[in-house]
Design a protein around this ligand. Structure first.
Ligand code: CA
Length: 493
């Protein structure tokens, strides 16, 4: 791809998604289509799945229970008049608390159906592609423990054609020229191209990049790195990192860098046992740090230690700024999952910490080479449009699942008030770009995690993604690789 193509894209403005609102020609897609199926009447079940009717609020003659282990499945065979997108509403009730279960359509993972609370309620998986004629919709156990009343299928509303029209204005008003140029590039590509990314602790010469290049003849456009081993409680144990050097090297080669930070809790909070050693200190299970207490002023020493750690990472970000390297900066990731300590005290404490980090880096340390990627993974954890440039989601759907996670993508478009770029900031499997464009779920970029998601001893690991899919993705005309990036230093000139 030459620079002229980018110029055309900039000239032509935002993405044209009207194509994905069409009916795709097969059958007769009815935008008013609606189908209501009582689970207890029509579903085919296996394992322990059975009908009950004691929990009030259901429709029809009852509901299904017994989705408890892998052999317990519920299958609906449905016929729709035309190929296209449908919302699948698994009307259900939880036994208690939040539950999610897996949905497969014609054998392909389509997403999870979620319920929270014991009343029968809507649980809508949006924009699932069904073929004209027969389709198999199957629910399998994710967490299990729901009462499934009915499946309601409706034609999906048309995509809001403005979802890809996002502002290139960064939340840091003093953002560097290079950060602004990178954001402009991301905005210009958004909805039209997907930018390839790959985590590798050793940079472009790491096994992941070597393996991808040997198979596809291409390098990922984005290198993903981690500040983990710059964290004081790890440095105290002798860790060393070259992540900043790898980032500067990759930038010189014309690539884009992203950083996360597995923030090892400060030393006084580490259990450091054989089960939970010091090096696992970013996990909630390995530390007794109480972020809620710290952010409420009840642990001033802890607050000072958090500032100390932020200031250490600021030094590394400063080195990148001095080298004029813009960074897709994704701190405090996967918070709502609770498995990392910054997510273990709930959203209020997390949001306070996120804002503290933002203010300390930008205002105290004068770090302005960052594009802020929020990765809290749940709307309750959103710190606000004024702190976020990009919304990221990490998805590990299992092995050899190439779904573009369409339903999740569209759910995320509703989280910010302003429109933001949406990216798949970590993935286990690659997703099929053809399906992403078919569904109109065009993630800005992806970032496959390191290790056996790609390589095993410098050879390809096909455990999560098979060779043919690596070849397809990295040679896809709508997927941008390192060689296809424009000169980002002079982008837009
Ligand atoms: Ca029912």
């Amino acid at each position: 791809m030459g620079d002229s193509m980018y110029a055309d894209i900039q000239k032509n403005g935002a993405a044209d998604v009207s194509a994905v609102n069409d009916t795709n020609g097969e059958g007769c897609y009815d935008p008013n289509f609606e189908l209501f199926l009582e689970a207890e009447d029509v579903a085919i079940t296996t394992g322990r799945v059975r009908v009950e009717s004691s929990h009030p609020g259901f429709s029809g003659g009852g509901y299904l229970v017994g989705i408890e282990s892998d052999e317990d499945t519920v299958t609906f065979n449905v016929t729709v008049p035309g190929s296209g997108f449908y919302d699948l509403n698994f009307i259900s009730a939880s036994y208690n608390g939040y539950k999610e279960n897996n949905v497969y359509v014609n054998g392909v993972f389509a997403g999870v159906a979620k319920v929270e609370g014991t009343n029968f309620q809507d649980s809508i998986l949006k924009r699932v592609y069904l073929n004209a004629g027969k389709n198999e919709i199957k629910m399998t156990k994710g967490w299990g423990w729901i009462r499934l009343d009915a499946l309601k299928i409706t034609a999906s509303p048309s995509i809001d054609e403005n979802i890809y029209k996002v502002s290139a204005q960064l939340v840091d008003p003093y953002a560097t020229d290079r950060a602004k140029k990178l954001m402009q590039f991301l905005v210009d590509m958004y909805g039209k191209y997907i930018i390839s990314g790959q985590y590798s602790d050793k940079g472009i010469n790491g096994p992941e990049f070597k393996v991808i290049y040997s198979i596809t003849g291409k390098y990922p456009a984005i290198l993903g790195l981690d500040f983990i081993d710059y964290t004081p409680s790890r440095v105290a144990h002798g860790t060393k990192s070259k992540a900043v050097e790898y980032a500067i090297e990759f930038d010189k080669l014309g690539g884009i860098v992203t950083f996360c930070w597995h923030w090892n809790a400060p030393e006084p909070y580490l259990y450091d046992t054989s089960e939970n050693p010091w090096c696992s200190g970013f996990y909630t299970r390995a530390t007794n740090i109480n972020l809620g207490a710290i952010m409420d002023g009840k642990d001033p020493q802890g607050y000072e230690l958090l500032l100390r750690d932020i200031d250490e990472i600021a030094k590394q970000l400063k080195r990148l700024q001095e080298a004029d390297v813009p960074v897709l900066w994704r701190p405090l990731h996967e918070a709502s999952g609770g498995w990392f300590w910054w997510g273990a005290s709930g959203p209020d404490a997390y949001i306070k910490l996120y804002r503290l980090l933002f203010d300390r880096l930008t205002k105290v340390h004068g770090i302005h080479n960052l594009i802020w990627v929020w990765n809290g993974q749940h709307p309750d954890w959103y710190p606000g449009d004024e702190y976020v440039d990009i919304i990221g989601m990490d998805i590990y759907p299992g092995e050899r699942v190439y779904s573009p996670h369409t339903s999740k993508f569209f759910e995320m478009t509703e989280w910010p008030v302003a429109k933001k770029i949406i990216a798949l900031t970590e993935n286990g499997c690659l997703f099929d770009p053809d399906l992403a464009f078919r569904d109109g779920a065009v993630w800005s970029y992806f970032g496959t995690w390191s290790g056996d998601f790609v390589s095993s001893d410098y050879t390809l690991s096909e455990k999560y993604t098979e060779r043919y899919m690596f070849e397809k993705v990295y040679n896809h005309e709508k997927v941008i690789t390192l060689d296809e990036l424009p000169d980002l230093r002079n982008y837009g000139k």
